[in-house]
Ligand binder design. Sequence first.
Ligand code: PGA
Length: 237
Amino acid sequence: MIVVANWKMNPVSQFQAEKLAKISDKKNIILCPPFVFLSRLSEIIKNAELGAQNIFWKEKGSFTGEISVDMIKKMNCRYVLIGHSERREIFFENDQIINKKILSALNKKIKVIFCIGEKEKDLNKWKEILRNQIKKGLIGVSQNNFSKIIIAYEPVWAIGTGKSCDFKKAEIVRIFISNFFNNNFSNNKIKILYGGSVNSINYSDYIEKAGFDGLLVGGASLKSKEFLKIIKRNNLS
Ligand code: PGA
């Protein structure tokens, strides 16, 4: 089971980041801290892997405030989160932008955690929304690169709200995504994670009952005790 810890814009200090990283430093964990902590964390973690929360698709140049794929590679990141609903909503990242980011990451052999999910207002159109996000996000991705993509299904209404998705619904979505990859890309091995208000009580339903390959954890990844329960009960440590 893969557990991705998305720290978002937390914590404030390097001291706190180091503390959190040491506690979470287990196999099959992908830590996604803010960029400013990547360098230090790459020196101290031994078992976990590092992921970036974002990248820009250009290699270099006049792009104030942006970070390239080569830069995160130099920080020992092996993964990057792309398509997170906060990037889509707050930073207006559309499917074309997401597609460019995915292609540039794969081009440099960085694995992509590709986030997809429907908004609450689109609950009854979820199939169409997910189908579109996947198709448009993956335009031009070559067959041999599918092994470097992990899908994270995160219903937007479940992120940071405490309203996690019912595991039976999540299972239906997981099967839909899996079939979609099989039918459209002849890929039956795509890894699929669940994300959205995962905590130490509900996490096992998504793995054991709904059959997900892992979890994308936001808020709970910042609470050491809570996160330890999620990763320990799965014999990860
Ligand atoms: P959450 O965030 O676990 O706090 O809901 C998940 C995410 O945004 O990836």
